[in-house]
Design a protein around this ligand. Structure first.
Ligand code: CTP
Length: 398
């Protein structure tokens, strides 16, 4: 799921964190969204409509204090703004905005749009901690949640008033993630998805290991996409530099054995397994407890096989469980990948080359049990994640 061509009304209200709406706008636009900014009069005291409009590449609506401000010569009405949008995101949202929305007050353009909305409304509150904890604000938030409004944040940290606590606007990346989540079809609701990602590290001594250049991006993208699509997701990750996807239970596993143990615990209750980890096939027979000192001559490290985690799961697969593997091939891609599909009793195998290992892009062929092979164009891993999950959904539906 991406935000490409999604129309987002971005409501900005008068909080000190309004300046962060500029960065949020930039990120939405970078994700391909069409941003229609709407400011309250108070927001225009904190940031200029010109900055917002420049970043959004769109006129800014509201901000002048009038009720609608759209009638004179405007090509778009408040009802159109409300109804033509895929998402309404209010960031930052003040206690005042939340109170008005919860009470059904529509006395400016933004509250009018929110009241007329057909699209999901995502609210990112920003206020002083005591305001956030005020029982009236809390009751207003609950009322909006009960009416289906979505919330992201607020986060904890230092506040503009000099105090520290809950009330900061959620990080803009989290708001973007929440927006993508809000727009995702929940076709994996009820599924328990187990994803593995990244390399493993097989230690030689305390400072050296045998590993590979997997970045983990593919598995992290699949875990994040499955979560957005409504699944309960466990991500078992080898060492990577990536941030844990929000809402996903992330379990760290450094070695092939640790990954095996973690998978053994989660596999029985999983309904979908996507094994994208680049698990080491061999590990040093002996891991030295101290750093190996250099000596004259060569050094041999004897290696032994690790367990094939996916093959074990294939053997224990129960009816209804869907098992997806990856196949990294440098030659005879389709034939080798199909062999893995058969040997490991997989439902799908995603064949790829080492070019995708440490990249944001990947080019794959998706191969199924019935003999189908679907070669895909090179694409970003987050888009590919959704295509792989689409194929899983198709399999599940029979
Ligand atoms: N895999 C695994 N456990 C291993 C090795 C691989 O679970 N010890 C999984 C990978 O996560 C991937 C699939 O098996 O989903 C295929 O991995 P790949 O490295 O392409 O192939 P291998 O099975 O290791 O075979 P080969 O090295 O001979 O290509």
């Amino acid at each position: 799921m991406s935000l490409i061509n999604k129309k987002i009304v971005l409501g900005v209200t008068g909080a000190i964190s309004a300046y962060k709406a500029l960065e949020l706008t930039r990120l939405f636009v970078k994700e391909g969204a069409i941003v229609l900014p709407v400011m309250t009069k108070a927001a225009a005291e904190f940031i200029t409509p010109l900055s917002l409009s420049t970043l959004a590449k769109s006129p800014v609506y509201g901000g002048g204090g009038g009720l609608f401000e759209l009638t004179q010569g405007s090509r778009i009405s408040h009802i159109e703004l409300a109804q033509a949008s895929d998402l309404i995101c209010v960031a930052p949202a003040t206690a005042n905005f939340i109170g008005k929305a919860a009470s059904g007050i529509a006395d400016d353009l933004l509250t009018t749009i929110v009241m007329a909305a057909c699209a999901p409304v995502l609210v990112a509150p920003s206020m002083n901690t005591r305001m956030w904890e005020n029982p009236i604000v809390a009751a207003n938030v609950e009322r909006l949640k009960a009416a289906g409004y979505l919330f992201v944040g607020p986060a904890e940290g230092e506040l503009a008033c000099g105090t520290s606590g809950r009330g900061r606007l959620a990080p803009v990346d989290d708001i973007v993630e929440a927006a993508i989540d809000a727009l995702s079809v929940k076709d994996l609701a009820g599924e328990k998805v187990l994803v593995t990602a990244g390399p493993t590290r097989e230690p030689i001594d305390p400072v050296r290991f045998v590993s590979n250049s997997s970045s983990g991006r593919m598995g992290y993208a699949i875990a994040a996409a499955a979560k957005r699509r409504g699944a309960e997701v466990v991500l078992i990750s080898g060492p990577t530099h990536l941030c844990c996807p929000p809402g996903v239970t992330t379990v760290k596993a450094a070695t092939a054995q640790e990954l095996y143990d973690a998978c053994a615990g989660y596999f029985p209750q999983s309904t979908i397994v996507v094994m994208s980890a680049a698990v080491a096939d061999y590990r040093p027979v002996k891991s030295f407890p101290h750093k190996v000192k250099k000596e004259a001559g060569s050094l041999s490290v004897e290696m032994e096989r690790t367990a094939d985690v996916l093959k074990h799961m294939g053997k224990r697969k129960k009816k209804g469980q869907v098992l997806v593997g990856f196949a990294l091939e440098t030659e005879n891609m389709e034939a080798n990948a199909r062999k893995k599909l058969d040997e490991k009793d997989l439902d799908l195998v995603v064949a790829n080359s080492p070019a995708g290992l440490d990249s944001e892009m990947n080019q794959v062929t998706i191969i199924d049990k019935k003999g189908g092979a679907e070669p895909l164009q090179p694409m970003k891993k987050d888009l590919l994640a959704d295509i792989i999950l689409d194929r899983v959904v198709r399999l599940k539906r029979g």
